[in-house]
Design a protein around this ligand. Sequence first.
Ligand SMILES: Nc1ncnc2c1ncn2[C@@H]1O[C@H](COP(=O)(O)OP(=O)(O)OP(=O)(O)O)[C@@H](O)[C@H]1O
Length: 249
Amino acid sequence: MAIAIEVQNLSKQFVLRHTRSIKEAFVWLVKGRKGDLSEKFHALKGIDLVVNQGETVALLGLNGSGKSTLLKHISGVMLPDTGSVRTKGRVAGLIEVGAGFHPDLSGRDNVYLNGAILGMTEEEINDRFDSIVEFSEIGQFIDTEVKFYSSGMYLRLAFSVAVHTDPEVFLVDEILAVGDEPFQKKCIAKIKDLAEAGKTLMVVSHDLDLVSKVCKRGVVLEHGQVVLDGQVEAAVKWLRNDHGPSSDG
Ligand SMILES: Nc1ncnc2c1ncn2[C@@H]1O[C@H](COP(=O)(O)OP(=O)(O)OP(=O)(O)O)[C@@H](O)[C@H]1O
């Protein structure tokens, strides 16, 4: 089976504290600039993950375990310190509401901007424009500058553009949470359609019932490492009953 996502030995560090007191900086200088002045921590540590085409994967874990950071690496908006990420085909999705949108442009212009960022040609966007607007239900607000949109309206337009790019790999972060219930249902139905059409799916969510319905495979992260990779039911059970090394002895 063809590989859609291949993550190899991926590590990412973030700086914990950016500012230093003059005293700290002085001591550091006097000591000959030895060591690293900035404290860092590993958000992802040596992640290895292979996802085949057509797989539906739930990326699970407690707050701060590294799920969004991993998804950002797969989408290409973040680069690893070490290791590599390879994806096959067009990758689209919803990682952050408003990413790839310009606040001073109208919804209409942003459809073209975001569509282009996601790899659509102008002709493709022209052909799909009405369908994008219809799915988003933005209606008359399509010519309003998006800085005046509510977070739900942002989500609607961003989700609609993303699914209309006809992606091979679709990534969704918790983001659906800002949509109202009818729109969430519509998005979930659309995500299921993509899965049934053989697209590769990676979903980050704390809604364990939802991911159980949408995904077959579950990958659990803990402190930036994969601690479980198996059937989604096993991942959900692990999180609900035994999460954390301390609780399973
Ligand atoms: N740009 C950044 N700069 C510094 N630290 C960051 C940055 N992005 C993420 N982090 C840190 O990396 C860790 C992992 O964050 P991440 O958002 O990936 O977690 P998550 O598993 O998605 O959490 P949640 O379930 O709360 O959304 C956190 O401790 C977070 O503070």
